[in-house]
Design a protein around this ligand. Structure first.
Ligand SMILES: [Zn+2]
Ligand SMILES: [Zn+2]
Length: 495
């Protein structure tokens, strides 16, 4: 949907330092388009474009969404899906922004304000029954461009320890979208959480990529990404080229998602549906899992939607293995935006060949990882049989009836409960002592278990461990402390 153009033709020739403001008001009904475009005709000689907006918030009955409207902007290169015109997005987090060659409001891309038709984009994602009255004010300031902003992208490697287990949080926000932390605060938080790497995933913009360079270091790998926030679910694009942006202006029915997933793969990145059962508006995942590399089954503090995500993921494991398809590994991230949300809770512990972007992404994609509530939790899971050993994400190639010993060593979960789960469900449960450390061993065969994975749970609120294989009105388990990707069993008789 496009509105009548806002013309600044009469302002052409304004002396340097002068500025002109135009204001437009309008009304959107319930059922408005997802994106409403306001053309802005920018003349030559403009140094800065500044936009502010507001809208009414009429009272609505309980249970009915009230007004909520996002904003962003495209430049004279146009608004084509996935095109070059993207100049920034602030969602519903800011009421104003400005762009010039030397700087921009966080979330927006600094650069020249060239003559041509720009578009302010309104995203009315909730409209009250009364409709939404909006006002947009655009101010152009004339004059010579100042020296251009120089992006400082983070390096693709950190010091590392060769092939080793590395800890990282792959879903983090800053003031460049709707977080309240500065990038330097997020980097400091990642270090304080004992992380080796982190991925920056502000919503719908690459604007922060150019500020992470000085914040990375030999001890902290920073990988550039984006949280692609559509109206039918959010997905993480992990490992984008610095400055690369992924479009979000589509729904599942538009069939545009597969093309953008391919874009990310083409860049060597990963596609990860995020918090697939989050109950907030537009947060549930509706695109299916084809083309995904992992799924985020644990997002922030453990809540019931994470239980749903783990259950659905577990079902997909059995389906994919039966069909001989690549199986989808699980990941866990904090999605931390602001205090008191804890950076690194949870995070991924990955077995990577080195602490580099490519090695970390490859390890995640292979499922050589487990999910930890914090760096205080340590874990080792292995399966042995017929003289062979396999770790997380690997296959133990043994004969169908050969004995397999599954061994989990864990520390950091006082009075925790260890669960072993297979395609048949939970088959073994054991409690840890108050020290939180112990080793649990369980014997099975490939004929009984296509895969085995482990969970370590905290006790229930009443201090009891929780019981598998039972039904009841309450959730049967305390919060997750650690969750592993599976070890696959069998296939040895074909060797
Ligand atoms: Zn999200
Ligand atoms: Zn997020």
């Amino acid at each position: 949907m496009s509105l009548a153009p806002l013309s600044f033709a009469a302002a052409a020739g304004t002396p340097a330092g002068g500025s002109t403001t135009r204001t437009v008001t309008g009304h959107l009904d319930t059922g408005a388009a997802d994106f409403v475009y306001l053309p802005v005709e920018v003349p030559r000689g403009v140094r800065e474009i500044a936009v502010s907006y507001s809208y009414d918030r009429p009272a609505v009955p309980a249970g009915t969404p009230g007004n909520s409207c996002d904003i962003g902007v495209f430049d004279e290169r146009g608004t084509d899906l996935g095109g070059k015109g993207f100049r920034g997005w602030s969602g519903g987090f800011r009421t104003s922004f400005a762009i010039s060659t030397d700087q921009a409001t966080p979330g927006y891309l600094p650069g020249p304000v060239n003559a041509g038709t720009w578009h302010v984009v309104l995203g009315p994602y909730q409209v009250a029954p009364q409709g939404l009255d909006y006002q947009v004010e655009v101010t152009l300031t004339f004059g010579e461009d100042l020296p251009a902003f120089v992006p400082q992208y983070p390096p693709l490697r950190a010091a590392g320890r060769g092939r080793a287990w590395y800890r990282g949080d792959c879903h983090l926000h800053t003031v460049y979208s709707d977080g309240r932390r500065l990038p330097e605060e997020v980097a400091a938080g990642a270090r304080a959480a004992g992380l080796d790497f982190m991925v920056t995933t502000d919503h719908n913009t690459s604007a922060s990529h150019g500020v992470w360079g000085p914040l990375a270091g030999p001890d902290l790998l920073i990988i550039t990404g984006e949280e692609v926030t559509t109206r039918n679910g959010h997905w993480l694009a992990l490992g984008l080229h610095p400055g690369e942006w992924v479009d979000w202006r589509y729904r599942a029915r538009d069939n545009a998602y597969p093309g953008f997933a391919r874009q990310v793969h083409h860049s060597g990145g990963l596609v990860v549906p995020a918090h697939p059962y989050c109950p907030y508006v537009a947060c549930q995942w509706k695109y299916g899992y084809q083309g995904a590399d992992l799924v985020e089954v644990w997002n922030g503090p453990w809540t019931y939607d994470d239980e749903s995500a783990v259950d659905a993921w577990d079902s997909h494991l059995a389906e994919d293995l039966r069909a001989g398809r690549p199986w989808l590994p699980a990941m866990g991230n904090s999605d931390a935006h602001s205090v008191p949300q804890v950076i690194g809770s949870p995070h991924n512990v990955v077995l990577a060949d080195d602490l580099t972007r490519d090695a970390v992404l490859a390890a995640l994609k292979a499922g050589r990882s487990w999910l930890a509530e914090s760096a205080a939790v340590q874990l080792d899971l292995s399966a042995t049989g017929q003289g062979r050993r396999a770790g997380i994400g690997e296959r133990l190639a043994v004969a169908q009836d050969a004995p397999v010993d599954v061994s989990l060593t864990v520390a950091g979960v006082p009075n925790g409960t260890v669960r072993f789960l297979t395609d048949e469900g939970q088959l073994h449960q054991e409690s840890l002592p108050a020290s939180g450390a112990g080793t649990v061993v369980w014997r099975t065969t490939a004929s009984l278990a296509t895969y085995v994975r482990a969970e370590v749970r905290h006790p229930l609120a009443d201090g009891t461990p929780g019981k598998g294989n039972t039904m009841g009105a309450a959730l049967p388990w305390g919060p997750m402390a650690a969750l592993t990707n599976p070890i696959l069993l069998g296939g040895g008789d074909r060797d």
